[in-house]
Design a protein. Structure first.
Length: 251
């Protein structure tokens, strides 16, 4: 076997090997690229992924709460900007300083806002800082069927959470944190698990950043492999065409 033939066979063999290797990453790039190209239609920026092993891979570790406020017959707890009431995720922000249910309405107060929710978790109303009777809110309680807010500016009471009067501490029952039951802790830990937008994960996967510091270098190597594959493919095709013409001439 001549050295030339051996060289050609070697190129063909490595062309096939590189092709298989590059094809795996090419499929990955195609799927992630297509998904990112239609991110608005797929709503990837609103789709949250909270798979535990993936969050650990990103270095995100959660310290879930062990205490919360008893709100009606279910507990309210929170982690970061997420609130969980029973098995429902509420749309709120900030750390609650108190929560109480009165006449079927769930009142949740942060230092600067007062939220009112229905039993199904739908937001009824939100009282912003400028509309509060005092600021910041320090504690929440009730007297009769009225909510009571303890603030730095005084104590106030309201029957609807919107109109306020001065109040005293007499006959006021203040709410306080309570330990979460084991079942509630397990349920709400799943609801409050930290997550990342699917868009971010697909971008990291597409660029190779998901695989760590050397991930982008791996993707660069794959790009180089695809370039080499294309060039060697053209060369092999050109050789086969040239040999075919020579054989036709010989006949």
């Amino acid at each position: 076997m001549s050295l030339r033939i051996h060289y050609i066979r070697l190129i063909r063999r490595w062309h096939a090997r590189v092709g298989v290797f590059a094809a795996l990453f090419l499929v990955l790039l195609v799927f992630t690229g297509l998904a990112l190209n239609h991110e608005e239609a797929l709503k990837l920026d609103k789709m949250e992924v909270s798979t535990p092993w993936l969050m650990r891979w990103y270095g995100i570790h959660a310290n879930f709460p062990t205490q919360g406020y008893l709100l009606g017959h279910e507990f309210l707890s929170w982690y970061g900007e997420k609130w969980a009431w029973g098995t429902r995720v509420l749309h709120g922000s900030g750390q609650p300083v108190g929560a109480i249910e009165i006449s079927g309405i769930a009142y949740i107060a942060t230092a600067s806002q007062l939220y009112m929710f229905q039993q199904d978790g739908q937001l009824l109303d939100k009282v912003e800082k400028l509309s509060l009777p005092g600021y910041p809110i320090i504690a929440v309680g009730k007297t009769g069927e009225s909510i009571v807010l303890k603030t730095a500016d005084g104590i106030f009471t309201s029957g609807d959470g919107l109109n306020w009067d001065n109040a005293s501490v007499n006959h006021t029952v203040w709410v306080s944190l309570a330990s979460l039951p084991d079942k509630t802790l397990q349920q709400q830990s799943e609801l409050l698990a930290p997550g990342l937008p699917a868009q971010r994960i697909l971008l990291d996967l597409h660029s190779g950043r998901l695989f760590g510091h050397y991930g982008p270098w791996v993707m660069d190597f794959v790009a180089f492999a695809l370039l080499t594959l294309g060039m060697s493919g053209v060369w092999i095709y050109w050789r086969s065409v040239k040999q075919g013409r020579m054989q036709n001439k010989s006949h």
